[in-house]
Design a protein around this ligand. Structure first.
Ligand code: SAM
Length: 415
């Protein structure tokens, strides 16, 4: 079966979609297993694209499948899964129907195969069958994202560009020009999606790292770390893989980077080595650890449901529900309470989550018993605004004309 060219990519995509939808696994984890056995980068990229587009447009693909059947297929039926990825290839990846049939139908046999063939043929012959302008979100997700749901769905249509964060902000203009990119903020370069990272100039020199523009905002809101008497101390409480640790170190802060995961701290070390930046690294559980020194600032980039990264991880749209949100909110609340207790007078706290959920963002921020230091418009890249209450909420529906950005909630306080 694996002799048919293109079939391994479809099989891997099917495995990825099923693991996300039926076992609640993250796309990132299942990708590692599913793609391991595949031959080359082109097949891997194809499997990723099929799985990504299927998950992004799942609700619409299911509506189409149901419209071509007298009796709807169960949600976990294999022919439904195969039909989903067949339609995603045809309607999103422009694969001609005959090629879709040749490479995906062998995933089924017997009656299910005839059924999928029949449904796909019916749909491909239907006049004017197209997807809507933006993916339809599952009802519970649309409800949670409220008035922003439509804009966020629009932001999901195009997979995100590649954002780089620069170690030296004074090089922004020159690097944007030499790399053929654009810049939406000092120290930020935006390149087209798919740009091969390790072939970009100065990758090995460690002059930049990959980081979505939205993910750079929490550390930016702490300002520079250097003052007359040297670097101020910052505790980066949930630090791995180290994007914000590098930003803070590059901005002159003396950084203590703490994380519970040794494996993920390995990434922080690698990132610091590559960029030549420095930080003290601590492996500890922030819920039991006690600091031995005081900090001028604490950044909590808290563990969260990561629904704000739905453009690059469309699995979150289907995997995350009330239970996961509540679990994360509980952890965030405990982290915030502890960190607020460690701050000396005059210090600053920034709390951030890459989540679009109110319970992980605004609801957490409102429980902090410190003096809010409202975020102001002049601290943000053009086109972004703080909320009326001085919090920052970004989502994939914003900055649409320049490539969008991930969803984040950020709050800031002074003690
Ligand atoms: C959103 S990620 C941090 C991303 C990171 N700040 C960056 O910019 O690259 C959240 C991190 O929190 C860590 N974490 C989760 N629970 C923790 C705990 N109880 N104590 C310390 N770190 C924890 C996870 O291992 C994960 O690396």
């Amino acid at each position: 079966m694996s002799d048919i060219p293109g079939l391994p990519a479809r099989r891997a995509a099917l495995q990825m979609i099923d693991a996300v939808l039926h076992r609640g696994e993250t796309l990132e984890t299942v990708e590692r297993n599913a793609l391991r056995r595949m031959r080359g980068p082109a097949d891997q990229a194809l499997a990723r694209a099929i799985a990504g587009e299927t998950l992004r447009w799942l609700t619409d693909l299911d509506l189409m499948i149901d419209s071509a059947m007298k009796k709807p297929l169960p949600h976990d039926a294999k022919p439904r899964s195969v039909l989903r990825l067949m339609l995603a290839q045809w309607l999103r990846l422009d694969t001609p129907p005959h090629a879709v049939i040749a490479t995906a139908l062998p995933l089924l046999s017997g009656g299910p195969r005839r059924l999928a063939h029949g449904v796909f043929s019916t749909l491909t012959k239907r006049d004017g069958l197209t997807l809507p302008d933006a993916p339809t979100l599952p009802e519970d997700v649309a409800f949670r994202w409220g008035s922003r749901a439509g804009a966020i769905a629009q932001g999901l249509v195009t997979p995100p560009p590649l954002d780089l964060a620069l170690k030296d902000w004074s090089e922004t203009e020159e690097r944007a020009r030499s790399m053929g990119g654009t810049s939406l903020a000092q120290g930020h370069i935006r390149l087209p999606r798919g740009t091969p990272i390790d072939q970009l100039p100065s990758y090995k020199d460690g002059d930049w790292w990959v980081q979505d523009l939205a993910a750079t905002l929490p550390a930016r809101l702490l300002g520079p770390g250097a003052n007359g008497s040297g670097g101020k101390r910052v505790l980066d409480l949930c630090a791995a893989p180290g994007g914000k640790t590098m930003q803070l170190a590059a901005a002159g802060w003396k950084v203590t980077a703490l994380d519970i995961s040794e494996r993920r701290l390995g990434k922080v070390r690698q990132n610091l080595d590559r960029t030549g930046l420095e930080a003290e690294i601590i492996k500890a559980n922030a819920l039991t650890w006690e600091p031995a020194k005081q900090f001028d600032a604490i950044l909590i980039d808290a563990p969260c449901t990561a629904t704000g990264t739905c453009r690059r991880h469309p699995d979150v749209i289907h995997r995350i529900g009330d239970r996961q949100i509540e679990e994360q909110a509980e952890l965030q609340n405990a982290l915030l309470e502890r960190a607020a207790g460690w701050l000396p007078e005059g210090s600053m706290l920034v709390y951030a989550v890459c989540s679009l959920e109110n319970s992980e963002g605004i609801a957490q921020a409102e429980s902090v018993g410190l003096t809010q230091l409202p975020i102001t418009r002049d601290e943000l890249p053009e086109g972004l605004e703080p909320t009326e209450d001085g919090w920052l909420r970004t989502d994939p529906g914003m900055l649409g004309n320049s490539g969008g950005l991930d969803g984040f909630f950020v709050g800031r306080w002074r003690k």
